[in-house]
Each structure stands twice: as structure tokens, then as C-alpha cells.
Design a protein around this ligand. Structure first.
Ligand SMILES: [Zn+2]
Ligand SMILES: [Zn+2]
Length: 490
């Protein structure tokens, strides 16, 4: 059967009734549980039922309420993020107050199988992974980054080819299996945060992007498809069956070791006080930040419809010419640290040289100072003081740089200017957001085998982050409800 729509007010009524009837001798609510109660009480998840209607068939027994199922998963992540699903279901059985908060009668709870059945409906694709399991044999080891440095840069040529391809196919939107999750997240969660003003200025949003490793297993697991080994031939190149086809090995520069798993590329709202996540994308571990960004930017641009992304804040691993070209094409102002490999100045047509940092150097070898941006001509003016003596001009030597000449070296906002510093310091928002997912919500404890389950876990954690922000930003108001909902808090 199709699931029956349960309005959020009905869920609230159910919780109230249960609390009124059972709290006291059998069930207690402790003060520490109040924020959890408030977050679940206030978050309307009922639209998920309408959302998933097509994923249920007309026949068969009546399914569990999808909103209650999803709410349970959020409660697991908010209370026991390090535990597996089986253990979480046990906790639910042992803790009647949790069962009530999920929207279930505490003597009639869904089992683990029901949860997996529910999760399957959030993922429309037949395969739970993006790639087929049978794949050509992989090369043994990926490239290693230098100590403390970012993962090795994808070759500039590769990023450029990808950008050129992406720009040519900008209007063509390819459906992704994680799209329903994003649609639900955007229409029911992100939109709430947007209306509360928690994402920043919607007409000119500032986004930050960065990748983070997700370790899924100690070793890549694969089986051979041939019997060469039995015949005594070692190291053949026949395809193998990989149990996690979307994962591979990459270099984790923070932990300084190889790992197996995914590279999670996340985009967040940089001006958000709560470091709120916007768009997640799973990539194989070996993928470089610059390549991931290109794909995420393209997908996000095609899907995000709550505001306009005006700026993007990225670290030096993204410093590739092609990325500036793509962002210029998308009308997004890039704020990217330079990743200078070259120490040489570049010559110009005049006697002025350009330092690798994009700053003009006067004939006497001094750095010129920024002297304003001329919007009508789209150029930046630079000046050398009279004291330098490199010119006879009354106010010293001047020089102009044009963004169109070199988007990377001459950005619209000058690197190192106060304005640049003010905007760029919000870049760390993405690092805090990724940390929250990994440390507070134990993202890597998932032990899932499929990309489907990893995406569901990531989206659920992102939803928790938004719910946390809703509570903190409206704490005084929400805490007033305590007296009505549960007057008998111990
Ligand atoms: Zn073989
Ligand atoms: Zn000078």
C-alpha cells in the first residue's frame, strides 16, 4: 500500500498524548533530552510521505509512516551516531521516550529490516553504487602528497579539459541517484534555514568548498573474475569484482597516510554563523579537490534555487586557471589563495614586471600599491610613491591591470586588500562544517557498504546540523514550549 500522510500536527498530538499518559511512573524526561525533543517536535518531516509516494507500490501491507522512519534515523544520529543500525534499533526498544519522539507506540517498533526497506525508497536507482562492481584492475598505489601538503594537484590539463567539457554541456542536466535526497533537503530543510536568515544574504550568497576523506575500509576488497592465479600466472590484468566500486585509495594529507574510501566534497554557506552545509558530493578517494569542485559547482548551479551564489571561497589546492574561467562563466567571484610554484616575475609590454603574486613590480624593483578599481574600464590602478623615484610623474608611477588579461592574477577584489581578508577569512567555515560531520556526528562510523547508504547518512547528518542551528538561533522562543509540552521535566 501507499503510505498514509500524517500531518505534522497529528504527530505533535500523538507525542503530547503519549507524554501525558505515560510520563511519570514509567517514562521520565530529563532536562538534557529537552533540546532533542524540541528539535524533533518543531521539524516538520511529513512532506517526505508525499515525496516518496511513487516509491511505494499499491499493494501489500500498509507501510510504516515514512516521516517517523526518517525521524528515527535523525534521532539515532543525534543520540548514538557511533552505533550501527542494529544497536540503534535496540536502543529505541529500550528507551520508550525515544520511541514516542519518533512517532511510534513504544510496544510496536520497526525492526532493522524495515529501516533498510525504507532507505531503499530514498534512492531511485537500481544499483546502490554509481559504478558497476566489475571493473578493470586498478593500479596499486595513488600518488602521495608531500608532508603536510595537499594531495598532489591534478594536472592543469585535466582540470582544463573537464572545465571546457562542462561549459559546453552546462544546460544539460544529468539526473543523479542522490537527486531526490537533495530535493527533499533543499525544499524542506535548506529553505527553512534560508527563511530564518541562517545562510546569509540570499541575493548574494558566499559559498565555501573543500574536500575531506571518508575512510570506509582498511583494504580495498576485490575478487578476481579469472583463474589465472590458480594457473600460476601472477599479476594478470583481467577485470575484478570490487565490493565498493565507487571507492578507491587516496592520500590523506592530514593523517599522512593512504586510505580507502571516498573523498567527500562539501559546499557550505560561508556567511552562516552555524557553518551550514549546502551541497555534498561523494567522489572516489583519489579525486583531487580541483576536479571535485568543478563537478560540484556545475551540479549545484543546476539544482540550487533558493538564492544566488555570488562568491566562492577556496583554498590554494583549487588554484588552477581553468577554475577561474569556469567561475567567471558562472558569474561567481572566486576567492582563492595562490598556490605559487614559480618564483619568477612575468614580463609585460612595459618596463613593469608582474610578481607571481599578481603584484606589479616597478623598474626599481619595488612592489606597487593598489590604488582603487575602475569599474567602468574593469581595471585596477596601481601606484608607486614619489619617494621610490622610479618615475618623474608628479604623483609617482601608475600602472593598470585588467581582470580580463588574467583572471587568476588580477581578481576583481585585490588579494591582500582589507576587503579580500574580510571575505576570505570565512573560508574556514567549510572546515568547521566538515569537522562537525566527522567528529560530532561520527560520519565515518557508518560502516556502510553502498554509496546509497553513505549518501543517506550524509544528508541525514546535514539535516541534523540545520536542526541544531534552528534550535540555537531560536532557543529562547523554543524553550518556552517546555512548560506546555513536558511540564514534568526532571
Ligand atoms: Zn586473469
Ligand atoms: Zn617604484
Amino acid at each position: 500500500m501507499k503510505p498514509i500522510f500524517v500531518p505534522h500536527a497529528d504527530y505533535q498530538g500523538f507525542v503530547l498524548k503519549q507524554l501525558r499518559t505515560h510520563v511519570g511512573p514509567g517514562i521520565v524526561i530529563i532536562n538534557k533530552d529537552w533540546p532533542l525533543l524540541a528539535k524533533l517536535w518543531m521539524t516538520d518531516l511529513s512532506p517526505i510521505t508525499t515525496f516518496l509516494r511513487d516509491a511505494y507500490s499499491d499493494r501489500g501491507p500498509e507501510p510504516r509512516d515514512p516521516a517517523s522512519m526518517f525521524r528515527s534515523f535523525l534521532l539515532f544520529l543525534m543520540t548514538n551516531p557511533e552505533k550501527g543500525l542494529t544497536e540503534c534499533v535496540n536502543v529505541l526498544k529500550r528507551t520508550p521516550i525515544y520511541a514516542i519522539l519518533c512517532g511510534f507506540d513504544f510496544d510496536d517498533l520497526p525492526g532493522v529490516g524495515t529501516f533498510y526497506d525504507f532507505f531503499r525508497r530514498l534512492w531511485p536507482a537500481v544499483d546502490k553504487n554509481l559504478k558497476p562492481m566489475k571493473q578493470p584492475k586498478r593500479k596499486s598505489k595513488p600518488k602521495k602528497g608531500k608532508k603536510g601538503e595537499k594531495a598532489p594537484t591534478a594536472t592543469p590539463g585535466r582540470v582544463k579539459r573537464l572545465v571546457t567539457w562542462m561549459m559546453r554541456h552546462a544546460d544539460k542536466r544529468t539526473a543523479l541517484p542522490a537527486d531526490p535526497l537533495f530535493e527533499f533537503f533543499q525544499s524542506q530543510i535548506l529553505s527553512v534555514s534560508a527563511n530564518l536568515g541562517l545562510l546569509g544574504d540570499l541575493s548574494a550568497l558566499s559559498a565555501a568548498g573543500d574536500g575531506t576523506p571518508i575512510v570506509t575500509s582498511a583494504y580495498p576488497r576485490s575478487k578476481s573474475t579469472c583463474d589465472c592465479y590458480a594457473k600460476g600466472m601472477i599479476g594478470c590484468n583481467h577485470p575484478r569484482i570490487y565490493s565498493q566500486p565507487d571507492c578507491d585509495s587516496g592520500w590523506d594529507s592530514a593523517r599522512e597516510k593512504y586510505y580507502n574510501g571516498y573523498h567527500l566534497y562539501m559546499m557550505s554557506a560561508a556567511d552562516s554563523k552555524y557553518d551550514l552545509p549546502l551541497y555534498p558530493r561523494l567522489q572516489p578517494a583519489s579525486r583531487h579537490d580541483a576536479v571535485s569542485l568543478v563537478m560540484s559547482m556545475m551540479e549545484c548551479k543546476q539544482r540550487f534555487n533558493l538564492g544566488v551564489i555570488d562568491k566562492i571561497l577556496l583554498d590554494a589546492a583549487h588554484d588552477a586557471e581553468a577554475i577561474y574561467m569556469l567561475l567567471d562563466h558562472q558569474n561567481i567571484e572566486p576567492f582563492i589563495d595562490l598556490n605559487n610554484r614559480s618564483k619568477k616575475n612575468t614580463a609585460t609590454e612595459s618596463d613593469i614586471q608582474i610578481a607571481p603574486t599578481g603584484i606589479p613590480i616597478c623598474p626599481k624593483g619595488n612592489e606597487m600599491k593598489p590604488n582603487g578599481f575602475d569599474k567602468s574600464q574593469n581595471r585596477r590602478k596601481w601606484r608607486c610613491s614619489v619617494a621610490c623615484g622610479c618615475s618623474d610623474a608628479k604623483y609617482g608611477r601608475t600602472y593598470h591591470t585588467y581582470s580580463s588579461d588574467n583572471l587568476r592574477l588580477f581578481p576583481r577584489t585585490a588579494r591582500g586588500s582589507e576587503k579580500w581578508k574580510l571575505i576570505y577569512k570565512r573560508r574556514t567555515s567549510i572546515e568547521r562544517s566538515n569537522k562537525r560531520e566527522k567528529i560530532d556526528y561520527k560520519l565515518e562510523s557508518g560502516r556502510h557498504r553502498s554509496t546509497m547508504m553513505w549518501y543517506i547518512r550524509i544528508y541525514a547528518i546535514m539535516i541534523c546540523q540545520h536542526m541544531d542551528a534552528w534550535y540555537v538561533s531560536q532557543k529562547d522562543e523554543w524553550d518556552k514550549l517546555k512548560a506546555t509540552i513536558c511540564p514534568t521535566v526532571v
